[in-house]
Write a protein that binds this ligand. Structure first.
Ligand code: GLU
Length: 478
């Protein structure tokens, strides 16, 4: 390979949201570039003006940065091969298209959309695959020029030579596509804008992209691109076509069936480290089968030969699980508190955070769940009377609460140890059924059936509040 530097890129079209699929492809491009001390570029492919959405470019860039995938060159920071926005490079594409026309490798075509439609209808009727029939391939250039001078609408098409294109795909191995399957591609549209095929090849060449790592859906476009590289006499990059992310039902990952916008994962409190770690494991596996992998480790251990070809399922449950693992085991407490900040309710007493966090951390999978898991630490609770007396009669529960109040009132050093000692003694002395008594207390003190360990929880809630809640429970019963 004679590219001196490894340069990879993603080329998202700013058509709306920042998609997890873009982050997925970006991650692998970034890792491969960094592993080889190369550069990772983000180019904006904004030539399809009908799908252009204002602000989408910024969304993608900020999502990539949030995930730690920092480009070396992009529309915001520029770079030596800019501009990085295709709509600012229109003259460049025109120049290269004209070169092909002059060499007889591309031609002007005046077929109207209506004629194209008719052509396709007739082909379908005749049982043939719809295809542009090449009717302007050999149209005399002087005639074409006259019509253009008169202002007639036209496109420039590539004269796709007959034959086959073969390449060695870094993920798929040998791929061969017969040109019979390929139309004479439009290179310049009637509005003067280039199509994706021309722009992508010109830009990848001028930006010295050495490896094109992109989604499987572009495989059928690759021969068109390779033909162009050959016609221009340019060195070809290597290609790697990544497996397509899928919904649970194996269809292509879609908005209808899955959350696909990165911002929705941000709002759900997914940590960027967890999201990219999850994406690494979609279609790739660590040589030692590790599941928790940092970006740096991924950069160092990624190889194409560990990529699978079939499309992995994007499983939000697994992502949630991995996020929980990051919350419990990977992120430091201080860091976690910082990250929780914007998800915690404004009413939550900040000084409680470091006391409460260790108690609920085991059960925290998504950052916004913190609120639900901790509301009883500082908010008034609702006690369900029926639940309270479900496992014993009201008389007994009432006397249990009364005795407990007396014992707890007498504690002078309120701590989980002293609470535990008193409660356990009480249970043993009275021979109360353990599970009934402890569950009843839990309900009375927190309003919930499931909480962190009871004595620690009571210690954090505080003596006054615990006693108040026990009184409240008792008054419900009688
Ligand atoms: N603009 C294309 C996209 O939206 C780029 C495809 C490619 O990487 O060549 O994904």
């Amino acid at each position: 390979m004679s590219f001196k530097v490894v340069r990879t890129r993603v080329a998202p079209s700013p058509t709306g949201i920042a998609h997890v699929g873009t982050l997925y492809i970006a991650l692998f491009n970034y890792a491969f570039a960094k592993q080889n001390n190369g550069q990772f570029i983000v180019r904006s492919e904004d030539t399809d003006r009908s799908r252009y959405v204002e602000g989408a470019e910024e969304l993608v860039l900020s999502a990539l940065k949030w995930a730690g995938i920092t480009p070396d060159e992009d529309v915001e920071k520029g770079g030596p091969y800019g501009p990085y926005r295709q709509s600012e490079r229109l003259k460049i594409y025109q120049r290269y298209a004209q070169k092909l026309v002059a060499a007889g490798q591309a031609y002007y075509c005046f077929v109207t959309p209506e004629e194209l439609r008719q052509m396709r209808e007739e082909q379908i009727k005749a049982g043939r695959p719809p295809k542009y029939d090449g009717r302007y391939r050999d149209y005399p250039p002087e005639e074409a020029k006259k019509r253009i001078d008169k202002g007639e609408s036209h496109v420039i098409r590539l004269k796709v030579p007959s034959g086959k294109t073969k390449w060695h795909d870094l993920i798929r191995g040998e791929v061969e596509i017969d040109h019979q399957q390929i139309d004479d591609q439009v290179l310049i549209k009637s509005d003067g804008y280039p199509t994706y095929h021309l722009a992508v090849v010109v830009d990848d060449h001028l930006m010295k992209i050495s490896h094109i790592i992109r989604g499987e859906e572009w495989i059928s476009s690759t021969p068109k691109h390779i033909i162009l590289y050959d016609l221009f006499g340019w060195e070809k990059p290597q290609f790697a076509h990544m497996p397509l992310l899928r919904n649970r039902d194996k269809s292509k990952l879609s908005k209808r069936k899955n959350d696909v916008s990165i911002s929705s994962y941000q709002q759900q409190g997914i940590l960027p480290e967890a999201l990219i770690n999850y994406l690494m494991l979609l279609g790739w596996s660590h040589p030692q089968k590790k599941e928790v992998i940092s970006l740096l480790e991924f950069v160092n251990s990624f190889t194409f030969d560990r990529m699978q070809k079939t499309g992995p399922v994007f499983d939000t449950e697994k992502l949630r699980w991995l996020n929980g693992k990051y919350i419990r085991e990977i992120i430091s407490t201080d860091d976690l508190i910082k990250r929780l900040h914007k998800f915690i309710s404004k009413d939550f007493p900040t000084e409680l955070t470091s006391q409460v966090l260790p108690l609920i951390r085991e059960r925290l999978f998504l950052l916004p769940e913190f609120d639900e898991l901790t509301d009883f630490f500082y908010q008034d609770i609702q006690i369900d009377k029926d639940l309270l007396i479900k496992k014993a009669d009201a008389q007994l529960v009432s006397s249990q609460i009364e005795t407990t109040i007396k014992k707890l009132e007498a504690i002078s050093n309120w701590s989980s140890e002293s609470i535990e000692m008193e409660i356990r003694n009480l249970q043993a002395e009275n021979n109360w059924q353990k599970s009934q008594f402890f569950m009843m207390l839990r309900l009375a003190v927190t309003g919930k059936k499931q909480t962190p360990p009871l004595f620690e929880t009571m210690a954090v809630i505080g003596q006054t509040t615990v006693l108040k809640r026990l009184q409240q429970a008792k008054s419900l019963i009688i």
